[in-house]
Design a protein around this ligand. Structure first.
Ligand SMILES: NC(=O)c1ccc[n+]([C@@H]2O[C@H](COP(=O)([O-])OP(=O)(O)OC[C@H]3O[C@@H](n4cnc5c(N)ncnc54)[C@H](OP(=O)(O)O)[C@@H]3O)[C@@H](O)[C@H]2O)c1
Length: 162
């Protein structure tokens, strides 16, 4: 299982249910990596998508504790412990943990590779990702070249579990 996330310089990832910064090159990168594969996300992240709709051409697995929750086009999962059984159906696909904060935190120990878009700014944030540079179990494997879009600098970095 892998994860994909966009973080700012303080590993902030979100505020008020939304992303900190929209970067179209990052959206494209996310789409390229995840299309045809499987996303695992929390209910709040699903609801942060346009019209609260799942992302197309991917399996969208959504975690919620609410057994009455209904959402079209998603696979619901009611607990992290149920996830391995659900994922058995997708053994031929790459699994990407796609947020948000609560889901990254719970599934980080099960992830092998982290695709981290590093944004070279700091924003007010209410949701953060663990600092992988300070994490004993993770190391930077690949530092992407720094790019710029509308004055915002970013790079596509890859961390690996040690
Ligand atoms: N920068 C990025 O790459 C990135 C990526 C994704 C999201 N985000 C941002 O992150 C923020 C959302 O993150 P968040 O932490 O607030 O919410 P979240 O992780 O997306 O969703 C939290 C919800 O997931 C469900 N959940 C969590 N653990 C569960 C478990 N063990 N079993 C069953 N259900 C479980 C619960 O839903 P119920 O309440 O329905 O039970 C919980 O309220 C937004 O600002 C979003 O834009 C950023």
């Amino acid at each position: 299982m892998d994860l994909i996330v966009a973080v700012d310089e303080k590993w902030g990832i979100g505020k008020d249910g939304d992303l900190l910064q929209r970067i179209s090159a990052d959206m494209k990168y996310f789409r390229q990596k995840t299309t045809g594969n499987v996303l695992v996300m929390g209910r709040k992240t699903l609801e942060s998508f346009p019209n609260k709709k799942p992302l197309p051409n991917r399996v969208n697995i959504v975690l919620t504790t609410n057994r009455n929750y209904e959402a079209e086009g998603v696979v619901l999962c009611h607990g992290i412990d149920e996830l391995p059984e659900v994922l058995k159906g997708y053994a031929d696909k790459q699994i990407f943990v796609a947020g948000g904060g609560t889901i990254y935190e719970q599934l980080l120990p099960q992830c092998e590779t982290a695709y981290v878009t590093k944004i070279y700014n700091t924003y007010p944030a209410d949701t953060v990702f663990p600092d992988l540079d300070a994490h004993p179990d993770w190391e930077l494997a690949e530092k992407g070249e720094v790019q710029e879009e509308n004055g915002v600098k970013f790079s596509f970095d890859i961390y690996q579990k040690k």
